[in-house]
Design a protein around this ligand. Structure first.
Ligand code: NAG
Ligand code: NAG
Length: 381
C-alpha cells in the first residue's frame, strides 16, 4: 500500500526535477528564442480625464463579455477530459481547437468506462512483493517504463486522494470538504532562498496549513516532482524553486465539483530592459529565469479522477467516469487558450486564472529547498 510512496522517494533521489535546486545559473540563461511583448500593453497608465467613466463602463462590459467566454471555454476543456460522454457533448470544432492546445504530460486513461480501482498496481498489471523487488524493478526498467508508473499514479491516485476527489463531487463542489481535510495548526512560511532579504512574500498568507492525512501531503509533493520530471518530454525544463514552479491553485470545478489544481510555473522571470521590461515586485529580485517561448507552457492543469455520482451511492460504488490527467495548456498566441483564457492585462505573462475552472479553494505551495522532509515543504494557504 505504501509502494507509491516509495516510488516518490526514488523519484526524489533520481528525478531530474530535484537536482537543480535553488537558483537557475545565469550562465545557462536565455539561450532560447525570446518572446515578442505585445506593443503598448505594458503598464499602460489609466487615463485620467472626463471620459474616464465612460471608458470604465465600456471596459467593464468588455471584461464581462470576455469572462463569460473564458468560463465557457474552460468548462468545455474540463468536459473534454471528463470521460467519453461529457467529451462528446462539446461542439466538435471547439473541441478540435482546444485539443490542439493541450500538451499532455499524462493523458487520461483511454477507456470509456472504468471499473473499480485500487491504486496503480492493478492497473499496470504489475505487483510488487517487497520494496526491494520494487527498487530493483525501477532501476532496471527503462525510462519509458518509469514514466509509465508515474502515469499510472496520476491517472489512478492513492486512496486518500481518490476519496477526496469523490467527496468533492458528491458534495457538489462544497469547498468545506477541502478545508475540513486541513490541519487546524498552521506553520510559518520560512525564508526561501533569500526571499526575506528582498522583502518578498511568496505565499498568500505568511502561515500555511497542511493536509491532516500524510498521504495527501505526499501526493501534492509527488505532483510537483512529477511535473518537473516529465516537462522535458515536452521540450522544456521546470525547476522547483521560488522563481519558477512553487505553487498551484486548488479548485473545485463549477459544473461538477471535480477536484483540480492549476499550477503556475515561470512565476518570476528576470527583469530585462529588452526582452522583459516588466517589474513584478520584490520576489522578482534575484531571478535569472528567462522570458522565452516556454512562457507559453507555464499553466499546468492536474485533474483528479472524475467519480460517477449519477447513482445514489456515489461513495460506495467505486466507478469512475474519467481517470486523472496532467496537461500543459499551451498559450501560444494563435491558439484558443491564449485568445480566450488569458485576460488581456496579463497577455505578456500568460496567466490563466483558476476561477475560470471553478471555485478557487486554497493555494498549494511547495519549497523543496527548505527541508528534506516532504511534508514540511508544503504550505497550504
Ligand atoms: C517577433 O517579431 C519579429 C519582428 O516583428 C518577427 O520577425 C518574429 O518572428 C517575432 N517572433 C515571434 C516569436 O513571434
Ligand atoms: C533542460 O535541462 C537539461 C539538463 O540540465 C539540458 O541538457 C537541456 O538542454 C535543457 N533543455 C532546455 C530546453 O533548456
Amino acid at each position: 500500500m505504501r509502494k507509491w510512496l516509495f516510488l516518490l522517494m526514488v523519484l526524489l533521489l533520481i528525478g531530474p526535477g530535484v537536482l537543480p535546486r535553488g537558483f537557475v545559473s545565469s550562465a545557462e540563461a536565455c539561450r532560447s528564442i525570446s518572446l515578442n511583448l505585445s506593443a503598448g500593453r505594458i503598464q499602460k497608465p489609466i487615463p485620467f480625464h472626463g471620459n474616464a467613466r465612460a471608458l470604465l463602463v465600456s471596459s467593464i462590459s468588455t471584461y464581462k463579455e470576455k469572462k463569460s467566454t473564458s468560463l465557457s471555454t474552460a468548462s468545455s476543456l474540463l468536459d473534454l477530459l471528463g470521460g467519453k460522454q461529457s467529451a462528446l457533448s462539446v461542439d466538435p470544432s471547439l473541441a478540435r481547437k482546444i485539443l490542439s492546445c493541450l500538451r499532455f504530460l499524462v493523458p487520461p486513461f483511454q477507456e470509456a468506462y472504468y471499473q473499480s480501482f485500487h491504486g496503480f498496481v492493478q492497473h499496470t498489471g504489475e505487483s510488487f512483493f517487497t520494496e526491494e523487488d520494487f527498487l530493483l524493478w525501477l532501476f532496471k526498467s527503462t525510462s519509458s517504463k518509469k514514466s509509465k508508473t508515474l502515469e499510472s499514479l496520476v491517472q489512478w491516485p492513492p486512496p486518500a486522494v481518490a476519496d477526496l476527489a469523490r467527496k468533492a463531487v458528491e458534495w457538489n463542489g462544497d469547498s468545506s470538504i477541502i478545508l475540513k481535510s486541513l490541519t487546524d495548526e498552521s506553520y510559518r512560511v520560512p525564508d526561501v532562498d533569500g526571499s526575506n532579504e528582498h522583502s518578498c512574500q511568496l505565499t498568500k498568507n505568511i502561515r500555511g496549513r497542511r493536509f491532516i492525512k500524510e498521504e495527501l501531503n505526499l501526493y501534492m509533493a509527488f505532483l510537483f516532482e512529477t511535473i518537473s520530471a516529465l516537462a522535458p518530454s515536452l521540450g522544456f525544463n521546470i525547476t522547483l524553486n521560488r522563481f519558477d514552479l512553487f505553487h498551484g491553485h486548488l479548485f473545485l470545478a463549477s459544473k461538477t465539483g471535480r477536484l483540480g489544481i492549476l499550477f503556475h510555473a515561470r512565476e518570476y522571470p528576470a527583469y530585462n530592459e529588452k526582452t522583459f521590461p516588466i517589474h513584478l515586485g520584490y520576489c522578482q529580485i534575484g531571478s535569472s529565469l528567462c522570458y522565452d517561448e516556454s512562457m507559453n507552457l507555464r499553466n499546468i492543469l492536474w485533474l483528479a479522477p472524475m467519480p460517477d455520482c449519477s447513482s445514489k451511492h456515489c461513495s460506495e460504488e467505486k466507478s469512475w467516469l474519467a481517470s486523472g490527467s496532467l496537461v500543459v495548456l499551451d498559450a501560444h498566441p494563435d491558439g484558443i487558450i491564449y485568445n480566450e483564457l488569458i485576460p488581456d492585462y496579463v497577455d505578456d505573462v500568460r496567466t490563466i486564472y483558476e476561477d475560470d475552472f471553478g471555485d478557487a479553494v486554497v493555494d498549494i505551495n511547495y519549497f523543496p529547498s527548505i527541508s528534506d522532509n516532504l511534508e514540511k515543504r508544503l504550505f497550504i494557504c
